[in-house]
Design a protein around this ligand. Structure first.
Ligand code: SF4
Ligand code: SF4
Length: 444
């Protein structure tokens, strides 16, 4: 049994009121033909009891509700979930709830409930209107931005805590700064009391097939081809760099971007704390509406079904050799070029679901995003070293902002005195007139 594990619960299966073009959940309906996709009270109670009892030493147990759109279960389901959590809670145990939602179903009743029971919402929003609406549409093909923002504003008005989950895809990847500033200036700015604000960026790497898995390929994921909606590898790196360069100059300690926090942990020599950047995985499982437990949310496919919690104890499924092998395979199948890579300590070959390319030596299992991951992790090396050093010396990593401002001021002073044909003071090795001098010269 892993020391701590986490199960995402899909009480409504893959059912959703929207139909985002890139959503990999929707096709999962095909796993359960003729199902009503509603978790029964017996399954909810059995899971709640087993989930709490199987973590006897944990000071806190987190219930994570996922979909599809989990709010389609209705409020009474979640009232019952909270009631059952209290029934099985042992003295001193903290229970928390997190729910992933597209926010379009929220109303004052939902918000009051979430506030009263301290639910943390993960709201899916891909940026400003145009880029959000590009793929995030409802079943009639209508845009959803206004409905998402209405739900988000309602959550803000009621003081409900929420994070932003932004997928990075072909439509928003070319606009990193615009997307990030929208979250900071239009969304975070209206949250209560200047509280810290959290954003997760999730790359869309969408296999070009119907189901994500293929019976022909032995029920394994198939196709090394990705759809045109997917973010390109280098584009993903450039997106993260664009966001990072804006964040590191203005918002450290105020806005928290998950991949930056993860990277800082790695630069401190700690475990990244996010499964996709860990050496091994297997502690983030997912349970379908009927009690079927799968190895991971990204591997809800027949070969990764561990069993059903009504037939086999949840703790036995989590500790099963099959799940252990799933988690270890992440490390065991890491290609040699990743093992030699300078940023392996933070990247670890990213998530196995994206390892669909071959290495230059012809070895399978290279991550589709490799080029972008390498670009990004290399780009942030110097500022990450600075912030890690501040933390080791018990100083705030936010000192990076003043440090960079001073460096940039000094550089501007050197630009002002540089001759057209001299090497550029930025250290690029190019002549000034062909580098930063272009800006000065074209302004005169
Ligand atoms: S397969 Fe990917 S998402 Fe799933 S647990 Fe492993 S690293 Fe995490
Ligand atoms: S950057 Fe590329 S080569 Fe390096 S560890 Fe990540 S996936 Fe492997």
């Amino acid at each position: 049994m892993p020391r701590a594990y986490h199960v995402m619960v899909k009480p409504r299966g893959a059912i959703c009121n929207l139909e985002c073009a890139y959503c990999y959940f929707l096709t999962k309906e095909q796993l359960y033909p003729n199902s009503r996709f509603r978790m029964s009270d017996a399954t909810l109670e059995s899971f709640t009891r087993q989930y709490i009892e199987s973590q006897p030493a944990a000071p806190e147990v987190t219930f994570a509700w996922q979909g599809g759109e989990p709010t389609l279960m209705g409020l009474d389901f979640f009232r019952r979930a909270v009631e059952l959590q209290q029934k099985y809670r042992r003295p001193g145990l903290r229970i928390s709830n997190a729910i992933q939602t597209n926010a379009t179903t929220l109303d004052p009743d939902w918000c009051r409930f979430f506030r009263r029971h301290d639910f943390l919402l993960g709201i899916s929003l891909d940026g400003p209107r145009d880029v959000h609406d590009f793929y995030r549409r409802d079943k009639g093909g209508r845009p959803t931005f206004d409905r998402v923002m209405a739900g988000l504003r309602l959550a803000q008005e009621h003081g409900v805590e929420f994070n932003i989950l932004c997928t990075v895809h072909a439509a928003n990847a070319p606009h990193p700064v615009e997307v990030y500033r929208f979250f900071r200036d239009e969304v975070a700015a209206q949250s209560r009391g200047g509280a810290p604000f959290f954003i997760q960026f999730i790359p869309i790497v969408e296999r070009d097939n119907e189901t994500g898995y293929s019976p022909a390929a032995g029920l394994a994921y198939e196709s090394a081809q990705v759809t045109e909606r997917s973010v390109q590898a280098a584009q993903y790196g450039e997106f993260l760099i664009g966001v990072f360069d804006e964040w590191v100059r203005r918002d450290v300690g105020r806005i928290y971007v998950q991949i930056f926090d993860t990277a800082l942990a790695a630069w401190l020599g700690e475990r990244p704390g996010l499964c996709v950047y860990e050496e091994t995985c297997g502690a983030a499982l997912v349970m379908e509406h009927n009690g079927d437990l799968f190895a991971c949310d990204h591997f809800v496919e027949p070969r990764c079904l561990l069993g059903n919690i009504s037939d086999t104890a949840l703790s036995d499924l989590v500790a099963s050799p099959q799940q252990h092998a799933f988690g270890m395979a992440k490390w065991e199948t890491l290609p040699a070029c990743c093992r030699r890579c300078e940023v392996r300590f933070v990247c670890n070959g990213e998530c196995p679901k994206n390892r669909i390319r071959t290495t230059p030596d012809g070895e399978p299992g290279l991550n589709y995003l490799c080029e972008g991951l390498k670009l990004f992790f290399t780009h942030i090396d110097a500022p990450m070293r600075f912030m890690a050093n501040e933390l080791r010396n018990r100083r705030p990593p936010a000192n990076i902002m003043a440090f960079l401002a001073e460096q940039e001021q000094k550089l501007e002073a050197k630009f002002a005195c540089a001759g057209r044909n001299e090497p550029c003071p930025c250290g690029s090795g190019k002549k000034f007139k062909l580098c930063h001098g272009r800006r000065t010269i074209s302004n005169t």
